[in-house]
Design a protein around this ligand. Sequence first.
Ligand code: SF4
Ligand code: SF4
Length: 370
Amino acid sequence: KPMEGRVSDIGPRHFGEYLPPVIKENFGKWDYHEIIEPGILLHVALSGDKTYTVRAGTARLMSVTHIREICDIADKFSGGYVRFTTRNNLEFQVETEEAAKELKAFLNDQKFPGGAYKFPVGGTGAGVTNIVHTQGWVHCHTPATDASGTVKATMDVVFDDFTDMKLPAPVRISMACCLNMCGAVHCSDIAILGIHRKPPLIDHKFLDNLCEIPLAVAACPTGAVRPSKVELDGETYKTVAIKEERCMFCGNCYTMCPSLPLSDGEGDGIAIMVGGKISNRITKPAFSKVVVPFVPNEPPRWPTLTKTIKKILDTYAKDANKYERLGDWANRIGWERFFEKCDLPFSEHLIDDFRDPAYYTWRQTTQFKW
Ligand code: SF4
Ligand code: SF4
């Protein structure tokens, strides 16, 4: 039976059905909030009602067994309510500070057999919170790197900054496994971005049967794809041709046409971007800039990637002023010094279209040539 006010039962149920009572009763009528200690937030409503939120990190891709475990914790501690944040944290709400501290201790005690945390509490304030990320090798068709693997390896090296709040300001880390960018890499303090460096291959024999050629042509933002015909084994195939010097390896054509794969073991890898933010606190929102043009894929622990991120984070933590976001710190000291202090080489790959003086700007995009 459709819900009241709805003409069909398609789509998710109205979110209002799942709000904890204190949120429902004070919806849109909150006075202020504060962070009591790492991982515990207090929200106070205009009515005087209070709610304490305990935030814990967890995986983005999880088994049913794991979700059941989360639901059992919610049943035991927070009236059966649990919330997933956009950064893949869990939030449980309780009525008192004592209950919040008890829940924090309980969550920190939940361990996997090898001793690793299941639900580490943290991710608040001037620290690192969980990484917003995308699908990776297992779940998407155009990734240039893995998502879960890079995120897990990175969170392991910044774990102390997840459970504590000792950084100058919040540091938001994001991950997207291709330029389509289902993550927030364009506006994060530190961003991990999968990039391809080779143009698509063309599977001439199957292309016309698998793809709409006009769609594949229209999908290319640089006009590199055009209709074509090829002779193979005495047969003529309707297909496409790619002007390789125009290709920026975005993978849009592959999204439209599975006969244009561009994954490549040697060509694929990661670019690291820094200095973006969406907050307008103190300074304006900013786009991230590329600071490392290429890191090879090194599963399962991505040592070059994690070492580079740790170096950037530690240098920022040591050098920045209180409340200064990572990009604001780099702007203040000068980006030349940022590169020096973080031991990062500056190369032509970091400059937008370095052949044309009109574009002698330091790149903010990732659409670049190799
Ligand atoms: Fe797929 Fe790209 Fe999104 Fe990753 S960022 S999930 S590869 S579309
Ligand atoms: Fe065009 Fe992108 Fe395909 Fe290259 S990868 S041909 S730029 S759509």
